[in-house]
Design a protein around this ligand. Structure first.
Ligand SMILES: *Cc1c(COP(=O)(O)O)cnc(C)c1O
Length: 367
């Protein structure tokens, strides 16, 4: 894993004050600045649930057209950080209070939700979230392509269109789809083509084809092919159509680093364990996704440790599930700093912070 020099430098400075998250805002700015032109006329909304950190939102704001929020809490947070930002409100299980939040687009999840939205009597601009019966092979998470609680099948869409025809309060603009996560550009383009065909069949002029761009944790130096994806979407888009994507993970995963210090290196029944400060209550991503979190060791420690051999990196929690990386060949000593990469999305905010009541990590920003 390539560790940028500025992150390495900050890790050395923070060695006595770990665990900590370091967000590389300069790196995020450069990354987002490259994604934007690759997508040409396709609109980009950042999926806030990947990481709602205010500094990240401010860094992304000049490079995106809006933000996709999935709760009233996220909507209020983005409004407070970026008062003028355009919002799309998605997610299953919106309460009546959430349906009344004024936003640029509401992504309607079901006929029942649309009935409740209509019952509020408030004006709204909506896309219908569709779950098409298409194969999503190779996905790390599937939100569509079969029976799931997300969006609606063509029968549900027909029911919604009928409800919408009979009134003027709620304006229908088109369709939203977020069928799967962890797909490469050709596979996402295939799904986008299917969604666009469906949308055009219903006369829609606006289509949001969702997020889900692949972030391969086993190949930390690889990036999603935004150029190929942007070219493909541009070829799919007809003049006058609004086409939108809403990436989360692939925008912010790479700017986050979780830094810990090795407390102990021990051999138990022939296996080597390095126990670090913090753990999966700060960075739950490797447990949630079932991978080894990529890492680099800064040799700041001393004493007997492990030498170029398989080591399992565990945290401070009293559970065998507190594993950050399993049997990865490395050299590590007590006192070394371990820098975990790809910790900028679905990391801190999906973690169970209060389990065992260890101190929270510090948060630091590289500008
Ligand atoms: C989570 C989510 C996204 C973002 O997905 P990534 O895999 O992080 O790109 C986009 N749209 C919807 C509706 C989502 O639920």
């Amino acid at each position: 894993m390539i560790l940028p020099e500025r992150v390495r430098e900050r890790a050395r400075e923070l060695a006595g004050d770990l665990p900590a998250y370091v967000y590389d805002l300069a790196g995020l700015d450069a990354h987002a600045a490259a994604v934007r032109p690759a997508l040409a006329d396709v609109e980009v909304y950042y999926a806030v649930k990947a990481n709602p950190d205010a500094a990240l939102l401010r860094t992304l704001a000049p490079h995106v057209d809006g933000f996709e929020v999935s709760s009233g809490g996220e909507a209020a947070h983005v409004r407070a950080v970026l008062p003028g930002a355009r919002l799309a409100f998605g997610g299953p299980g919106k309460t009546d209070a959430e349906l009344a939040v004024p936003v640029h687009r509401v992504h309607v999840e079901s006929p029942g939700e649309l009935r409740r939205l209509l019952a509020t009597g408030r004006p709204a601009d909506v896309l219908l979230r569709v779950n098409l019966d298409v194969s999503v092979d190779g996905a790390s998470l599937a939100m569509g392509g079969g029976a799931t609680p997300f969006g609606m099948d063509p029968g549900g869409v027909a029911e919604c269109l009928e409800l919408l025809r009979r009134q003027k309060q709620v304006r229908w603009h088109g369709f939203h789809a977020h069928l799967a996560s962890g797909l490469d550009a050709p596979e996402l383009l295939r799904l986008a083509g299917a969604v666009l065909d469906f949308a055009r069949g219903h006369g829609a002029r606006e289509v949001n084809v969702g997020g889900g761009m692949a972030v391969p944790y086993r190949r930390p130096d690889e990036r999603f092919d935004w150029d190929a994806y942007g070219k493909g979407l541009t070829a799919l888009r007809s003049p006058g159509e609004t086409l939108r994507v809403e990436p989360g993970r692939a925008l912010t995963a790479y700017c986050g680093w979780y830094l810990t210090r090795v407390l102990d290196v021990k051999r138990v029944h022939g296996e080597v364990f390095a126990v670090v400060t913090g753990g999966t209550h700060h960075l739950r991503t490797p447990v949630a996704k079932g991978h080894d979190q990529p890492f680099a060791v800064l040799p700041t420690g001393e004493g007997p440790g492990a030498e170029d051999e398989p080591v399992t990196l565990v945290g401070q929690l009293c559970t065998p599930k507190d594993v950050l990386a399993r049997r990865v060949v490395t050299t590590v000593r007590p006192g070394d700093v371990v820098v975990f990469g790809m910790a900028g999305a679905y990391a801190w905010t999906i973690s169970h912070h209060d389990f065992l009541m260890h101190p929270k990590p510090g948060f630091h920003y590289l500008r």
